[in-house]
Design a protein around this ligand. Structure first.
Ligand code: TYD
Length: 197
């Protein structure tokens, strides 16, 4: 089982991934918590590029795809095969949404093709929040290149459109952490029941 959390910058994926992980561990499940950009070499290179505005969007898309491919085949897939529930703080949908919002040159189809060897996750949960609020949560830190209101409005809209088309879960994350987390736990427990883990 592979569960992915998605949403605009500052929407709370990192907090909710770790809370969900603690909740499922307490229930006795084997959990592997991970994130993208990953901590391997391509992921670290990518993090440097996120501070650099002088990179063509296609370079970003190719690097994110390379990072994901390595991360998926060398880590995520192996954990799934060993019956772990893998919880991803961002995955494929981040590339589809962020990179296609970066430039009209980058179609969703092309991004999907680049990523075609990785398998779709079982559950995708989008944490939805207006960028005005999500960026306030980030105000203490130096902002990276995607962290501006105009761009994030576009990203949010596309996440919501994609959620409708692909039956992703959408949760309003402009609420108390406990309230949001309870909704996430309910969704995940229902899905686990369905596949009789
Ligand atoms: P994020 O998880 O928000 O990093 P941080 O640890 O700094 O909160 O991800 C970094 C940025 O990379 C974020 O703006 C989203 C972007 N991103 C893409 O554009 N494409 C991708 O495929 C991924 C995984 C992330």
């Amino acid at each position: 089982m592979h569960i992915c959390f998605e949403g605009i910058d500052g929407c709370g994926t990192t907090t909710h991934c770790s809370l969900l992980s603690e909740f499922l561990i307490a229930k006795g499940y084997k959990i592997h918590l991970t994130k993208e950009p990953s901590n391997n070499e391509i992921g670290l290179l990518l993090r440097k590029y996120l501070k650099n505005n002088d990179v063509h969007p296609s370079t970003d898309a190719l690097l994110f795809a390379a990072d994901r491919s390595h991360h998926f085949f060398n880590e995520i897939k192996q954990k799934i095969e060993r019956n772990y529930i893998v919880i991803s703080d961002r995955f494929l949908e981040s590339s589809v949404v962020y990179q296609s919002s970066q430039s009209e040159l980058l179609s969703i189809e092309w991004i999907k093709t680049l990523n075609k060897f990785v398998e779709e996750p079982n559950i995708t949960i989008i944490l939805d929040i207006p960028p005005e609020l999500s960026l306030q949560r980030k105000k203490e830190q130096k902002l990276e290149k995607f962290e501006n209101i105009t761009f994030l409005r576009k990203v949010r809209e596309l996440y919501l459109k994609r959620a409708e088309e692909n039956n992703y879960y959408v949760i309003n994350s402009d609420d108390k952490i406990e309230t949001v987390q309870k909704q996430i736990q309910k969704i995940v427990m229902n899905e686990l029941k369905k596949i009789q883990f």
